[in-house]
Design a protein around this ligand. Structure first.
Ligand code: GLN
Length: 509
């Protein structure tokens, strides 16, 4: 097989080739690293590439396979990890200057599970600073680019993880989703992204943005690959007190069966129509028709409290973030800046100078907002009210799931926008997550699968599926059924229609 065949293969295909002995783990890792050397100058998916580490892990898998050891089915399949997950011996910056140069002394649980499965870690992917954003333009290290059009955003905050799989630099990646940062990047790059049930994947070692909303999950090119990865990283972890002590839902089986016969699909009235780009809406309607054709039933549901989801989210998230980010004080991790012109600065002066230099505008904006919302006298009016809205949203979901087994909507209201289009308008940026945020507020699982290309701009559109807590398998059943129909109609993967990236292209941010 050529290196380019290997990088175009899915994780499931690579796993088969590896276990049959047709390729070595080293060849697979090397092919992906070669692809990165050729295209990442243009795409900028990675903040750190660990070629040496990945090849050493691959060699170890090859050695163990040769010795006849029984290995995990994904052993030797390489993966890229969002730079918000702690990786022992590998830099972890969260896209921020404040953590520049920090090398964690431990692995996140999810990372330990990847290592235990024998999955070589290729590197750490770019992101909006501390996962705040929808475009990667808030990364302190420059944005990632959308492989479909290098002048457009790859989504955010996990645009490094979406673009790394969309540009065939890795078959699999890890993302995190606090308000949509796995699903929206998937939607705008023509890839698959799952936010598991809150507590379904350990948060130990995930640098917290908003602890009650954060959830790590798979970024892939196919639904089956997402399921295979979900199974590796999911499951109870005693190191995370919010981790659910129950088996991982049968996601792989659901993805393989792809059966939606008799399944009730609820279209959420508040998440379609007005405000959604015409081409996004058209592809959504067609996807629903495909699912009906596959045996599903359609019902319409209404979730009236969703109108307030964005407002509640932008109080709860900054409140939690302002508290979580207090630990970056120049004393414990990363950057330390001495205040200018002060002879013997106090600890407070060093903290202030460091936080001023180390945090970007969006992070500062949210710390100020959160501190204000939590301050005495305003707590009830802002944070307290937002928590009540959160409850109403969860109640809306509970009611909707009485008449529907899954809920669906477009993932993102538009296709990928151009760099700079929303950067100076935080509200416009926040509106990207209108359809994804309710799931985080309620803790339920969600997935985005490609639904096609919008007529008006030829760019990918995403179809969102939501399910009740711990019914993650339903996402995979619906996602796989839709994927099967659409890839048959398209005659292959949507990514086959993306422009080929020139190996020599380099583009400055
Ligand atoms: N774009 C959303 C935000 O800026 C979502 C972020 C996320 O999911 N990490 O908060």
């Amino acid at each position: 097989m050529t290196a380019s065949d290997l990088t175009r293969s899915t994780a499931a295909e690579l796993a088969d080739l590896l276990s049959a002995g047709s390729v070595s783990a080293r060849e697979v890792a090397a092919a992906h690293l070669e692809r990165t050397a050729a295209v990442d100058g243009a795409v900028h998916s990675y903040l750190h590439v660990d070629a040496e580490g990945a090849l050493a892990q691959a060699d170890d898998v090859d050695r163990r396979r040769a010795a006849g050891e029984s290995l995990h089915r994904l052993a030797g399949v390489p993966i890229a990890v969002k730079d918000v997950m702690a990786t022992q011996g590998l830099p972890t910056t969260c896209g921020s200057r404040i953590l520049e140069g920090w090398v964690p002394p431990y692995d996140a649980t999810l990372v330990s599970r990847l290592r235990a499965a024998g999955m070589p870690i290729l590197g750490k992917t770019n992101m909006d600073e501390f996962a705040m954003g929808s475009s990667t333009e808030h990364s302190a290290y420059g944005p990632s680019r959308n492989p479909w059009d290098l002048d457009r955003i790859p989504g955010g905050s996990g645009g490094g993880s979406s673009s790394v799989v969309a540009s065939f630099q890795a078959p699999l990646a890890i993302g995190t989703d606090t308000g949509g940062s796995i699903r929206q990047p998937a939607a705008v790059t023509g890839t698959v992204g799952t936010k598991p049930t809150y507590g379904g994947v350990s948060r130990y070692g995930l640098v917290a943005l908003a602890s009650s909303l954060d959830q790590a999950g798979p970024c892939t090119r196919t639904v089956l690959d997402a399921a295979l990865l979900h199974e590796v990283i999911g499951g109870h972890d005693p190191l995370d007190s919010t981790s659910i002590d129950a088996p991982v839902p049968p996601v792989v089986e659901a993805a393989r069966r792809a059966d939606v016969t008799g399944l009730r699909i609820g279209i959420v009235r508040e998440l379609t129509g007005e405000g959604f780009q015409a081409g996004v809406q058209t592809r959504f309607d067609e996807a629903v028709a495909h699912l009906v054709d596959a045996g599903a039933e359609v019902v319409e549901v209404s979730c009236p409290s969703f109108t307030y989801a964005l407002a509640a989210y932008y109080l709860i998230l900054p409140s939690e973030a302002s508290s979580n980010l207090a630990k970056f004080d120049a004393m414990r991790y990363g950057l330390r800046v001495a205040p200018e012109g002060v002879d013997a600065p106090s600890a407070e002066q060093v903290m202030a100078a460091t936080r001023d230099a180390g945090f970007g505008d969006e992070v500062k904006r949210r710390i100020i907002l959160g501190t204000y919302a939590l301050s005495s006298g305003y707590y009830d009016a802002y944070y307290g009210s937002a928590q009540k809205v959160r409850r109403l949203i969860a109640n809306d979901f509970t009611a909707a799931f009485e008449t529907a087994d899954v809920l669906v909507s477009p993932t993102s209201p538009t296709t990928a926008f151009r760099f700079g289009d929303k950067l100076d308008d935080p509200m416009a940026m926040y509106l990207n997550d209108i359809a994804t945020i309710p799931a985080n507020l309620a803790g339920i699982p969600g997935m985005s699968v490609p639904s096609g290309l919008a007529e008006e701009d030829g760019l990918p559109t995403g179809f969102q599926i939501l399910a009740p807590a711990m019914a993650d398998d339903r996402l995979y059943a619906v996602g796989a059924a839709l994927e099967a129909r659409l890839t048959a109609a398209w005659g292959g993967s949507i990514l086959d229609r993306a422009p080929e990236l020139a190996a020599t292209t380099t583009k400055e941010a």
